[in-house]
Design a protein around this ligand. Structure first.
Ligand SMILES: Cc1ncc(COP(=O)(O)O)c(C=O)c1O
Length: 373
């Protein structure tokens, strides 16, 4: 099997599976709470330290979630914006994030504007520099979108935004594990990510970096008992003011341990060394009778394409029948960009450091057969 769907979910290393299986086995034999106690140091400390080191953030600004969307929503759904304040998004916004921003607009009366792109599809940095003002309260950027592989210049944009009051949020779901992600360099206040993609963690894992100045402005709807305590029938106190206050206490112990094992594994590999393989994938696809969906000038290990008459689903299934995992993406998951170009579906292939040049050559042969090229 050749896995060209890390943008969906990466292949878990054996050590991740082992950590999870051992945890569940221990839960069966010793009890789930007792198992949690056994792994206390990893669950309460180590995994946070590893995420913090990965994104170069203070550990108290890291929270663990069961998905990237939950991480995003834990912050965005609690933003306290005023009517008329501006929220900037880009054409590469992920649909799940856009939904919470649209709901925020409906709740607060804030105004959503889309940052334009230049003719190449790159975000228009000159427009950002010319239009940024203190009317902009929140800027949302997707580092690498799920449907096409553009790498957006998050640090350059962070530098433009820095003198202004806007909170800056970066969705690093497809970037984390694929390119270096450093919140200090980016200058963002929120960064969300998933464990299951280029970090090769288990499903049901995600995280957020949330800067203290952003946390301080969020509407408090609830605090769970890992951070707060009821001190009298009418009062409670929040004892832990770290980003963990955005989490709920209950979680799947095996998932946290699996994610921790993925982070340990990630430290032992050269994960960003897929450039040659990606170039090979791009040039292989460029020779086929397909339309590459590849805006912008900086690209990642994700590339999407469509054929004029063969549906994406059929191409995915025929690749699958040849032992190659690709994925059918939906235009409405990256709705602004894809709608502008009339793209309903496409095939997405994504490579990682475990993809070889031979894998790419095999995918090229399979696609030539499928497309009759
Ligand atoms: C760019 C981007 N952001 C956010 C998400 C949402 O991640 P999750 O499914 O973990 O909520 C995805 C999922 O594919 C994504 O590609």
């Amino acid at each position: 099997m050749i896995h060209l769907n890390t943008a969906g979910a990466g292949l878990m290393p054996e050590s991740v599976a082992t950590a999870m299986i051992e945890c569940v086995r221990r839960e069966v034999e010793h009890g789930a709470y007792e198992t949690e106690l056994h792994y206390d140091k990893i669950l309460q400390q180590e995994v946070y330290e590893r995420i913090a080191a990965l994104v170069n953030a203070p550990v108290e600004d890291i929270a663990f979630f069961d998905s990237a969307t939950r991480a995003w929503c834990a912050v965005v759904c609690r933003l306290d914006l005023k009517a008329g304040e501006k929220v900037w998004v880009t054409p590469y916004e992920y649909a799940g994030n856009l939904i919470s921003l649209l709901a925020l607009r409906d709740r607060t009366g804030c105004v959503i504007e889309t940052i334009p792109t230049t003719g190449t599809g790159d975000l228009d940095l000159e427009w950002i520099a010319a239009n940024i003002s203190d009317d902009v309260a929140f800027v949302s950027l997707t580092y690498i979108p799920s449907g096409c592989g553009i790498v957006n210049p998050v640090a350059e944009i962070g530098r433009i935004l820095a003198p202004y009051r806007a909170f800056y949020a970066v969705d690093a779901c497809q970037a984390i594990g694929q390119v270096n992600v450093d919140v200090a360099e980016i200058g963002c206040h929120l960064l969300s990510g998933a464990g299951r993609k280029f970090l090769r963690g288990p499903r049901g894992t995600g995280f957020a970096y949330v800067a203290p100045e952003l946390r301080a402005t969020l509407i408090t709807d609830t605090h769970d008992l890992h951070v707060a305590r009821v001190v009298s029938p009418t009062e409670y106190v929040v004892e832990d003011t770290s980003a963990r206050g955005l989490e709920l206490a209950e979680r799947t112990t095996a998932a946290v341990l699996g994610f921790n094992a993925a982070l340990i594994h990630f430290d032992s590999v050269d994960a960003f060394a897929q450039h040659e393989v990606f170039q090979a994938l791009r040039s292989t696809l460029a020779e086929l009778p397909v339309e590459l969906i590849e805006p912008g000038t900086r690209h990642s290990g994700i590339v999407s394409f469509r054929h004029a008459s063969i549906p994406a689903e059929q191409i995915r299934d025929e690749l699958g029948a040849r032992g190659i995992n690709g994925w059918k993406i939906r235009g409405d998951h990256t709705p602004i960009f894809m709608a502008e170009r009339g793209i309903d579906t496409a095939v997405r292939l994504s490579v990682h450091y475990y993809t070889s040049l031979d894998d790419v050559a095999a995918a090229g042969r399979a696609l030539r057969e499928i497309l009759g090229a």
